[in-house]
Write a protein that binds this ligand. Structure first.
Ligand code: IVH
Length: 676
């Protein structure tokens, strides 16, 4: 037995495992499959068992913080775990509050109270209690389904295993943040990049005994599904959480008015360093639950809450070059390549310059000394040029008038809504003709909110593009798996997994399908509106006839900008080919109406004039929530014209001529069993 050789081999395996850990934890970019990782770990343990002289503190048997398991059972959340929109300044907060006021049709004398809660930078978890007993705990996962990490959560002292209070709902899922305090993190900091990673890594260990060794904490702040809970606002809810035995954030407050929110933000930011755990901003929630319910959700985030991030960190650097990146919608984005600088613990070497106008306005040039800012998850950007340090021979930056990727001319659109020219210059080609745009379109197609193909990340799209395996979206469904199997880094198993993920997604909702096409101005929200209107996939494909596109203008929320963009999309031959190929390869599900047995089912409504105490947006959402449908002009399909104050008389007259019922606000609310 060659002891030396065995020791060397053993050490090499440990180093390799460390390399895998580093890529997984610090770079969020695993370089091997789970199986390969587990195999290597097993080899190390086997070696230790066979040769007792092997002993190393870096061995996976000695340390915590090795790769979390991916073998937890996936469980659907009863109520999805959504994320929050971000605000960075007073302007963002004003616009957040203004939207609330408009939606709720409030006037200036009204005051909205907010529950103000420091935003802990940890990992969110959902704890399900039935009859007071903690029965299941889930990670957030993708927001729709999480992982069953009950056993690991049970090791956390802050999580009550049994709640005996009388008013604790029989069924509830309490949500909050799992995190590590900064002092505790210091003790294990060599194994993790930051406290958040440490919390995440420890929570997702296969062996709960390992989780138990890490001092994880839990702070509760909301709930998902709750049966018969008699609490009517967030501050009351937080108080009850405490009574029920949960820890809550000691800095929670109730505040109204944007100016006061700003003041509190400033104070807390100054205190941030003294707090025992990492916070990256403050969450504001409309305090009143009934208002929260009325406000509801837009796309992925509630209208009633927002995260106010702490201000950016900044550093000074020098612009080495200015490159032009081309996005999915053809936008030419100038990016400054800067001398790498450390901003708040992250090395930054790229900073966005936003668009052509920004470069002109700030007269940003190659060679300039600049201040670069980085806030939260936002892309670093150049905020200031130090003109005193400008080099004598420096020249103005000339923005390219031709697309650097395909050579097409570049244009600035005229915005119909703002009546101004866009600040952004775009490649004039419609899409797949331009290589850079095509790659971005495919990345969008497979992305999380679109086809959500597991394991088909941006890097893989680029790789497959370079190998000419994918040029158009339909190619994804006809991949040459034999060829992929032979590529470096791929094996039978990973190819089988990819194939499985792709096959699984061949069945898709119309809403996701429309969104995945990446039509400009058709984001998730508009895709949803269009789906509700068209209902079935064949109706979407029929939009290639222009007269059908015009019908979309009946949708509240779809305007001339969206219609023009859809028209442009359907006029393009490649797009039509893409659509027909996708139609052949996919099963596109018809819309499933969430609530089609509401009080207003099979009834169509139109609004004219101003309603009292309720905005149009809210009235519309109320009708839809009760299975009614909104129509935007008086036609034979219309059942009720709701007339508010100062209605358009012409509409009322036409409605009367056609025997359409004209009702007032009170009559409409009566249909909903509500009083005015
Ligand atoms: S409420 C729909 N409250 O921030 C409401 N979230 O971007 C969603 N977070 O995933 C959550 N502190 O991990 C809420 N007091 C707080 C929070 C908080 C931290 C995290 C949470 C969530 C993320 C939202």
């Amino acid at each position: 037995m060659d002891k030396k050789k065995i020791s060397k081999d053993y050490l090499h395996k440990i180093e390799l495992l460390e390399e895998y850990n580093k890529n997984y934890y610090d770079k969020d970019n695993p370089i091997v499959s789970d199986q390969e990782y587990d195999l290597l770990k097993k080899e190390i343990i086997d070696l230790e068992n066979s040769y007792k002289f092997l002993n190393n503190d870096r061995s996976p048997t000695k340390i915590v913080g090795f790769k979390p398991s991916k073998n937890f059972e996936k469980v659907k959340h009863k109520v999805p775990m959504l994320s929050l929109g971000n605000a960075f300044n007073e302007e963002d907060l004003n616009s957040f509050e203004k939207k609330i006021f408009n939606f709720l049709s409030l006037n200036k004398t009204n005051i909205i109270d907010y529950s103000v809660e420091p935003k802990i930078d940890g990992i969110s978890a959902s704890l399900i209690y039935v009859n007071g007993k903690f029965i299941k705990g889930l990670s957030r996962g993708d927001g729709v389904a999480g992982e069953d990490i009950t056993q690991n959560l049970k090791t956390i002292g802050d999580i009550p295993k049994k709640v005996n209070e009388k008013n604790f709902p029989n069924e509830i899922d309490i949500r909050g943040e799992v995190f590590i305090e900064n002092n505790d993190f210091k003790k294990i900091s060599e194994k993790f990049a930051n406290p958040r990673n440490a919390a995440s890594g420890s929570l997702r260990q296969k062996d709960p005994a390992i989780t138990a060794n890490i001092p994880l904490k839990f702070i509760a702040y909301t709930y998902g599904h709750a049966k018969e809970m008699k609490i009517y606002n967030q501050t009351e809810f937080l108080k009850n959480l405490k009574i029920w035995g949960f820890k809550i954030n000691p800095f929670n407050k109730k505040i109204s008015g944007v100016k006061n929110l700003m003041l509190n933000h400033k104070n807390l930011e100054e205190k941030r360093k003294e707090i025992a755990f990492d916070i990256d901003g403050i969450v504001y929630k409309v305090n009143d639950f009934s208002l929260q319910k009325r406000l509801g959700f837009a796309a992925n985030a509630p209208r009633w809450a927002i995260a106010h991030k702490f201000s950016a960190n900044s550093s000074i650097s020098e612009i080495i070059n200015i490159e032009i990146q081309i996005g999915r919608t053809g936008a030419l984005t100038p990016v400054a390549k800067i001398k790498p600088v450390n901003i708040g613990g992250v090395i930054v070497s790229n900073a966005t310059l936003h668009n052509e106008d920004e470069i002109i306005r700030k007269d940003i040039r190659i060679g300039d000394t600049v201040t670069v800012e980085r806030a939260g998850d936002v892309i670093p950007h150049v905020v200031l040029v130090d003109l005193k340090k400008r080099k004598q021979n420096s020249k103005k930056f000339i923005f390219p008038l031709k697309c650097p990727s395909c050579g097409s001319k570049t244009i600035k659109d005229y915005n119909e809504t703002t009546k101004k020219q866009d600040a952004v210059r775009r490649c004039a080609s419609e899409g797949f003709e331009c290589e850079k745009i095509a790659i971005e379109k495919i990345k969008h197609f497979v992305s999380k909110d679109a086809f959500n193909i597991d394991g088909f990340g941006k890097k893989i799209v680029e790789n497959f593009w370079n190998l000419k395996l994918v040029r158009l979206p339909q190619d994804i469904f006809k991949l040459n798996y034999k060829k992929i199997e032979e590529l470096e880094g791929w094996g039978k198993l990973s190819v089988a997994n990819l194939k499985f993920s792709i096959e699984e997604k061949k069945n898709i909702s119309l809403e996701r399908f429309i969104y995945s096409l990446g039509i400009r101005h058709i984001g998730q929200e508009n895709a949803k509106l269009i789906t509700r209107h068209l209902k079935r996939a064949p109706n979407f494909f029929r939009l290639s006839e222009e007269s059908n596109i015009e019908s979309l203008s009946n949708i509240n929320g779809i305007g001339i900008t969206q219609i023009q963009s859809i028209k442009k999309f359907f006029l393009n031959k490649i797009n039509l080919k893409v659509l027909s190929e996708l139609e052949k390869n996919l099963t596109i599900k018809d819309i499933i109406l969430i609530n089609n047995d509401g009080l207003l089912r099979n009834k169509t409504f139109m609004l004219t004039g101003k309603l009292n105490g309720i905005s149009r947006a809210e009235a519309k959402s109320l009708i839809e929530q009760n299975s009614g449908k909104i129509i935007n002009n008086v036609n034979k399909k219309l059942d009720y014209l709701i007339a508010g104050e100062k209605p358009t008389l012409k509409k009322i007259n036409i409605a009367k001529d056609w025997n359409i019922k004209v009702i007032n606000q009170a009559e409409w609310l009566k249909m909903l069993n509500k009083s005015s």
